[in-house]
Design a protein around this ligand. Structure first.
Ligand SMILES: [Zn+2]
Length: 123
């Protein structure tokens, strides 16, 4: 009961695109800790030692942290989904093992739960 090859290729393309986009965003705000990890270190820009310069530093740093907090988990999900594609377990519900609908995956390629299980976990 596998997904067809065309569909999987389509999902891989979507995930690759999402990965590239997220990596680009994260590269703007920090330095990656290692190859193929979703872990980025937010860089601390040194504006200067005067007190008002330090305040600007702190503001820029917390902005970056906010962005990192948004993009990092998303990138992690994308990488995990790509991993599942490689292992041939892509598109199977983590909870019940059933296939996640193609429509649902198109809307959210890194989905890990089928619509029924998602409904249960939202409750
Ligand atoms: Zn399920």
């Amino acid at each position: 009961m596998a997904f067809d090859v065309t569909f999987l290729a389509e999902m891989r393309a979507q995930l690759d695109a999402a990965k590239a986009r997220l990596e680009q965003e994260l590269a703007k705000i920090g330095k990656r800790s290692g190859q193929d990890t979703a872990d980025f270190q937010t860089s601390w820009e040194n504006y200067g030692d005067k007190e008002e310069e330090n305040a600007a530093e702190v503001a820029a740093y917390s902005d970056s942290l906010g962005l990192e907090a948004t993009f990092e988990p998303e990138l992690r999900e994308v990488l995990e989904a790509l991993g599942r594609l490689d292992q041939g377990t892509y598109g199977l519900c983590r909870q019940c093992g059933n296939k996640i609908g193609e429509q649902r995956l198109r809307a959210r390629p890194m989905a890990t739960l089928c619509i029924e299980c998602q409904g249960k976990s939202d409750r």
